[in-house]
Design a protein around this ligand. Sequence first.
Ligand SMILES: Cc1cc2nc3c(=O)[nH]c(=O)nc-3n(C[C@H](O)[C@H](O)[C@H](O)COP(=O)(O)O)c2cc1C
Length: 159
Amino acid sequence: MNTAIIYTSKHGTTLKVAQTIQSQINENASIVNLDDNSAIDLKQFEAIIIGSSVHAGAIPQNMQRFLSENQTTLLTHKLGLFMCGMQPDKQQEFFEQNFSTELRSHSSSNGLLGGEFLFHKMNFIERFLVKRIAKVKESVSAIKTDQIELFCQQWNTIS
Ligand SMILES: Cc1cc2nc3c(=O)[nH]c(=O)nc-3n(C[C@H](O)[C@H](O)[C@H](O)COP(=O)(O)O)c2cc1C
């Protein structure tokens, strides 16, 4: 099955997660950065996994636009959705706010896959906000490898 993992990532964590998913799913998937490919021809793929991180409660605007413009097409594909973020208690809420009911219920695998704070990749404002709001002072990785495995197992059970 021709498969794409389409993602957006600010500091590289969602890409890292996308690569782990790529290595664990049965299909040979291409990884596509939405930031570099605004007009992706979805017809060339039969299965699509969408991944995005959340910043200030929202996924990036280009991903929001992509999802709303392509929802009808995405609903005709095998679909997976995952989100990266660092507020575990809020991820389900963010997931539901950022991915439509239609996409979520059509999706074969939905994953809340954790995230990272990478201070060396943040700009001054991001560093200030993370220190102030998340009360974190140094880089931390909280990628949920067990949830990635579950996400891929679920994906692999559906043809
Ligand atoms: C400025 C800033 C704001 C963030 N806001 C949120 C947030 O509202 N909720 C959350 O769960 N995680 C938040 N995060 C954590 C990111 O989702 C996390 O760093 C993620 O791993 C980023 O992935 P990326 O590098 O692929 O963009 C924020 C991170 C930064 C730097």
